[in-house]
Design a protein around this ligand. Sequence first.
Ligand code: NAD
Length: 510
Amino acid sequence: MALVEQIGEEGGVRRYRLKNPVTLEPIGEFVAAGSDDVRSAVERARKAQKEWAKLSFDQRAEYLWRLVDVIVERQDEIIDCVIAETGKTRNEAVSMEVMAPCLQISHYAKRARKYLATQKRPASGMLRFSKKITLVYKPLGVVGLITPWNGPVVLTANPLAQALMAGNAVVHKPSEVTPLSALVLKDLTEAAGFPEDLYQVIQGDGETGAALVSAGVDKVSFTGSVATGRKVGEACGRRLIPVTLELGGKDAMIVCADADLDRAADGAVRGSCFNTGHYCCGTERVYVPEEIYGPFVEKVVDQMKTLKQSDTGDCDVGAVFWDKQMDILCDHLADATAKGAKVLVGGGRNASLPGYFFEPTVVTDVNHDMELMKSETFGPIVAIQKVKDEEEAIRLANDSEYGLSGNVWTTDLEKGVAIGERVETGSVSVNDISVTYGIAEAPFGGVKSSGVGQVNGETGIRGYCHTHPIIVDTSKKAQGGYPYTIEGANGMQKFVKRLFGNRFLRKLVV
Ligand code: NAD
């Protein structure tokens, strides 16, 4: 049974019905916006942005502080809506969709002024005597924000806060799997007194997302799968607009022989099962040297067996948010077992519950011929591969088309950092599950197929701006100019030879 079902199409208008993944009861309907609706939303946003950009950082921040007040006051509305749409646990709804957004919005309300302060400085080297540089961080205009279903509020609130504090307006296309949470957030921004049309939500499917990309926006902030990311990247390339692509991953966990095994086993379980495994930086592959393999697997198995699932909300591992994801989990597991993998815990859909629950699962004897170790699985599965040593673990961790994040476990912290440097991913954690996205000032983004560009912190918020250099000539007289003479060109050549022909002077003048 489809949780997101198209129930009609009339005159190009597509209507969808949503179902709760835990109860399978209908929870709402929505209509996908057409390209004309999207275009007019962008035009309205452009008008709102002009006024918004005139405000000071403190004035913009005041709106964000009010939004945090409203989120804190009305957090149950977010929690109830996210749980109804996704079936995630209450703990995860609070930590991921309320606490993290409060932290991120507050971070940019407080720090955007510093991150985006106009900078004035002399040019470097010999130009310092005649040129002064003023760097102004100018807003881009209207940002098209396209988001996935696994963190409907957090993955919206974070880019929204950055785009707004940088002086932009935002038109948001949430996932068709979780469109209602976006409406709750929109409602909260209205309660916080946001100017009309500054943040707009357009409901819809992939077609609506594509329409937003070509509706005249000045930047696209996209979070989602690699396949869609490629399409969005191509469309932005054709329009010559900037884009950040935050895409899928296949994060590896490297357990060193000297790791604290209790802590590492706990990390494997949390990293794989958090948010039902629907976490872009979730642990998808675990590499363990043979000398600690037995005890490590035993600890993981013991802990995985204790994880509860229920349809009452009081559980450790919630529902699978989307029926299509359930199919992927079952396919990857079937492929792995057909190729020799062993299932030690769980192993399929939880038949004791009516909703879309997948049992917390431990699989061993896996290898890189299996989809489970190659493609993004995005479910509560701990897949453990025995390796000879740490070197083999690093080699296998890097044997992936993805490069989002990953984690290294060792009691030798310097070694952890050294291994972290060798892992070919956008970020890495030592002795923790991948937490980079939650550390507001850490630039976050994937390498290889996991993305283009970085979000968050100073780097991320500057991505919502054009860095506009204004160069002022402070010399008393005009420099150079017409008429050209051969003597002038000869003089320049001598100057180049004298200055750049000498290594000492070369360093002095730049
Ligand atoms: P998806 O790519 O299917 O959809 C993402 C969004 O794109 C949705 O809103 C969808 O409607 C829209 N869309 C679909 N086709 C489009 C098109 N042609 N043009 C424009 N928009 C279009 O991804 P999903 O299944 O919703 O999300 C899960 C994926 O997101 C996973 O791969 C996960 O790893 C990834 N993700 C990445 C990060 C990160 O920060 N790197 C964070 C969360 C999720």
